[in-house]
Design a protein around this ligand. Structure first.
Ligand code: M6R
Length: 619
C-alpha cells in the first residue's frame, strides 16, 4: 500500500526517485508524484493513474534538477485517486513536502486545528495535516543541525494510527527526514548517498547495504552528517544493518511479459532455496531465528495460524500437516478477524503468522494481539528485516526472492514449504517424530522442485484451455482435504487477475446448496487427491460425476496414471505423484497458470490488477 522513495546524494535525485518508484509501483498505482529540492525551493509534480502518467507530465513540464528528492506511488485510502490527492503534499507556505503511507487516524481533529489557524486544505487526504503541522513545528524548533528531525518528532508524537512519513524542507538542501510507526521504511546506504524506501526494491539498483528502522523511530539522512536515528522522544538508536541477499536483476522481468510468469517459473528454485540449509548435522531442523527455548516449544498445546489472502490459504493447508505430524490442535484464522473475536490465547499457545511481505497490517495487528496475550509468535515471512519477523519470537524466512506481481505465486508455494518445516520442527522438538522420520519427509520435500518443474513443462494445454475459458463469467473450484484450500486459492487467483466471479468449495459441501448454481457449460475445476488415498479419491470422483450430471464443463487436476477421472473430465491436467499432504505444492501451479493466461487473454494487466496493491499496510 503506497510506495515511498527518498534520495539524498550527488546524483540527479529525480532519476533515482523515478527508478525507485518504477520498482515499487506494485505497492499501489492510483497516482504517483515527486518533489525535488532545487535552489532553495521544492518543485512538485503529481498525477493520477499509473506512474507512466507522471512520467509523461514530467517530460512535458520538467522539474529543475536537484540532489534531494522524494517520490510516492499511491493506493488511495483517504480521498479518491485524483491529481490533487496524489502525494507529495505541501504545507501552505510551500516550505515542506511530505509523502505518507498509512492512515493518520486523528487527522480530522488535527485538520480542524490547522483550519482554525486559517490554513486552507487543498486535498481530502489525511496526509496533508502532516505537511502543515511539520511546517509549524519546524518554525518552532531550535535552528541548527537536526532541526527538521526535531520537528518530525514533535509531529509524530501527536499522530495516531499507522504511518511512514518522509519530508523535505526548502531550507534544508542536504537533508531528508522520515518516521515510521507500524508502516514499512528501510534505509539504503550507498557511497556518499542515502536512500529511503518502503522496501529495498526502491534502491537495490544502487546499494545492497540497508538499515532496519524500528517502531516509532525517526531517521535523518544528511549529506554532511550522515545517518541519524532516534526514537520519537529524541533518544539515539543504533539501527540494525543488513545486506540484501538479492540484486536488481531479481526484481526485473527477465524477458517475461509479466512478473507473474517469471515468478511462476521461479518456483522450483524458490522451493529449493527455502529448503536449503534446513537440516543440521544431526538431521535436526534449523529455523532462522528462534528466541524460544525447547521447553517453551514443548509446552505448546495449541497452534493458531493467522494470515490474509493467499497466505491464509497456506495456513489452511498447514493445519492438515501440523495436526497430523504433531497431534497438536491447529486453528486457522483470518488475521483481520483474529483479535476482534477475543481468541483464547496464553503462554502455551503458538501463533504462526504467515506473510510474504512481512508488512500486512491485519497480520501485524494480530501478531501484537497474540503477544499482548502472552502467546508465542513464530513468523513465516519472505521479506528480511520487515516488521512482522522483527516483532516475532521466532522466524522462518522463505527464500523466494522478491515477489513483484500483486498475485502471490512463489510466495505461496514457499509458505507451504515453510509451514511443513514448522510442523516437522514442532514434531521433532516435542519428540513425536524421530530424526529419520523428519528426514524422510524432508526428502519428499526436496523432490518438490523437480515435481513443480515437471508441471511447468506441461502447461501448454492449460494455456490453451485458459484461452477457451476467457469468456466465462463465473467458475467454481472444488477440492477435499488439502485440496479444498487449493480450490480456494485457485478461485482467488482467478478473481484477482481475471475479474471473473469464482468460488472455491469443499467438494462434499456442494450438494448442500452451491450445486444449484451449476448449469450447462459452467466451468468447474476439480482438484483430485492422490489415487493412493482410496476413500478420499473415490469421493471426489463421485463429486465430479455429480457436477457433470448437471451440465458442468469439468476441468480435472489429477496425478499421472489416475484413469478413474477420465470418463468424467472434459479436460484433464496431469501432475506428478506427490504425497497427499505435500500435493498442494504441485496442484496449485496449473491454477496459477490458468488464471494468469485467462487474464492475459482478456487483455488485463496481470501484474497490477485493478483496485489492489501488493502489500496491504492498512487495516
Ligand atoms: O504479504 P502477505 O503475504 O501478508 O499478503 C497477504 C495477502 O494480502 C496476499 O496474499 C494477497 O491475498 C495476494 N494478492 C494474493 O495473490
Amino acid at each position: 500500500m503506497c510506495g515511498i522513495v527518498g534520495y539524498v546524494g550527488p546524483r540527479d535525485a529525480l532519476g533515482v526517485v523515478l527508478d525507485g518508484l518504477r520498482r515499487l509501483e506494485y505497492r499501489g498505482y492510483d497516482s504517483a508524484g515527486v518533489a525535488v529540492l532545487s535552489d532553495g525551493a521544492l518543485h512538485c509534480s503529481k498525477k493520477a493513474g499509473k506512474l507512466a502518467n507522471l512520467e509523461k507530465q514530467l517530460a512535458e513540464e520538467p522539474v529543475p534538477a536537484g540532489t534531494v528528492g522524494i517520490g510516492h506511488t499511491r493506493w488511495a485510502t483517504h480521498g479518491g485517486p485524483t491529481d490533487r490527492n496524489a502525494h507529495p503534499h505541501a504545507s501552505a507556505d510551500g516550505s515542506v513536502a511530505v509523502i505518507h503511507n498509512g492512515i493518520i487516524e486523528n487527522f480530522a481533529v488535527l485538520r480542524a486545528e490547522c483550519e482554525a489557524t486559517g490554513i486552507e486544505f487543498r486535498s481530502e487526504t489525511d496526509t496533508e495535516v502532516a505537511a502543515h503541522l511539520l511546517a509549524a513545528a519546524y518554525d518552532q524548533a531550535p535552528a541548527g543541525p537536526g532541526r527538521l528531525a526535531e520537528a518530525m518528532r514533535a509531529v509524530c508524537r501527536r499522530l495516531q494510527g499507522a504511518f511512514t512519513l518522509v519530508a523535505s524542507h526548502a531550507a534544508e538542501p542536504d537533508t531528508l527526514v522520515a518516521a515510521r510507526r507500524s508502516s514499512p521504511l528501510v534505509v539504503g546506504v550507498g557511497d556518499g548517498e542515502y536512500f529511503l524506501g518502503s522496501d529495498v526494491a526502491a534502491f537495490i539498483a544502487h546499494t545492497r547495504e540497508a538499515r532496519e528502522l524500528g517502531q516509532d523511530q525517526v531517521v535523518e539522512i544528511d549529506r554532511q552528517r550522515g545517518l541519524t536515528v532516534t526514537d520519537f522522544s529524541g533518544a539515539a538508536v543504533e539501527p540494525k544493518a543488513y545486506t540484501v541477499d538479492w540484486d536488481a536483476a531479481a526484481a526485473e522481468k527477465g524477458g517475461y511479459p509479466w512478473f507473474m510468469l517469471k515468478e511462476i517459473a521461479e518456483q522450483p528454485q524458490a522451493i529449493a532455496d527455502t529448503l536449503l540449509g534446513r537440516l543440521g548435522a544431526q538431521g535436526e531442523l534449523v529455523l532462522d531465528e528462534v528466541r524460544l527455548s525447547d521447553q517453551e516449544l514443548r509446552d505448546i498445546d495449541k497452534v493458531f495460524v493467522v494470515a490474509c489472502g493467499t497466505a491464509y490459504h497456506a495456513g489452511l493447508i498447514a493445519k492438515y500437516a501440523i495436526e497430523h505430524w504433531t497431534r497438536i490442535p491447529v486453528e486457522v484464522e483470518l488475521a483481520s478477524e483474529f483479535r476482534y473475536r477475543d481468541p483464547v490465547l496464553d503462554r502455551s499457545t503458538l501463533v504462526v503468522v504467515v506473510s510474504q511481505s512481512g508488512e500486512t497490517m491485519d497480520t501485524l495487528m494480530a501478531l501484537r494481539h497474540a503477544k499482548d496475550q502472552k502467546a508465542r509468535v513464530l513468523a513465516i515471512c519472505n521479506a528480511n528485516g520487515s516488521t512482522i519477523p522483527r516483532e516475532s519470537d521466532a522466524v522462518l524466512y522463505t527464500h523466494a526472492g522478491p515477489e513483484v506481481a500483486v498475485a502471490s505465486t512463489k510466495g505461496f508455494l514457499t509458505q507451504l514449504v515453510a509451514c511443513y518445516l514448522v510442523g516437522l520442527f514442532l514434531a521433532q522438538v516435542r519428540g513425536i517424530k524421530y530424526e529419520d522420520e523428519v528426514a524422510s519427509v524432508v526428502a519428499d520435500l526436496r523432490r518438490l522442485p523437480d515435481a513443480v518443474t515437471t508441471v511447468l513443462e506441461q502447461m501448454e494445454p492449460v494455456r490453451e484451455l485458459a484461452r477457451s475459458l476467457a469468456e466465462a463469467d463465473r467458475m467454481l473450484f472444488l477440492g477435499r482435504h488439502v485440496s479444498f484450500p487449493v480450490a480456494l486459492e485457485g478461485a482467488l487467483k482467478l478473481k484477482e487477475l481475471a475479474y471473473i466471479h469464482a468460488e472455491g468449495f469443499a467438494a462434499g459441501e456442494l450438494k448442500h446448496g452451491p450445486i444449484a448454481v451449476i448449469d450447462e457449460g459452467t466451468p468447474v475445476v476439480v482438484v483430485v487427491p492422490p489415487r493412493a488415498r482410496d476413500l478420499l479419491h473415490g469421493k471426489v470422483v463421485s463429486n465430479i460425476q455429480e457436477v457433470r450430471a448437471r451440465g458442468a464443463r469439468t476441468v480435472v487436476i489429477a496425478e499421472e496414471g489416475d484413469e478413474d477421472v477420465v470418463p468424467y473430465a472434459d479436460h484433464v491436467i496431469r501432475v506428478p505423484r506427490t504425497p497427499t499432504l505435500l500435493a498442494p505444492v504441485v496442484t496449485t501451479v496449473p491454477l496459477q497458470v490458468l488464471a494468469c493466461e485467462i487474464a492475459d487473454t482478456r487483455g488485463l494487466d496481470v501484474d497490477q490488477p485493478r483496485n489492489l496493491a501488493k502489500s496491504v499496510t492498512v487495516e
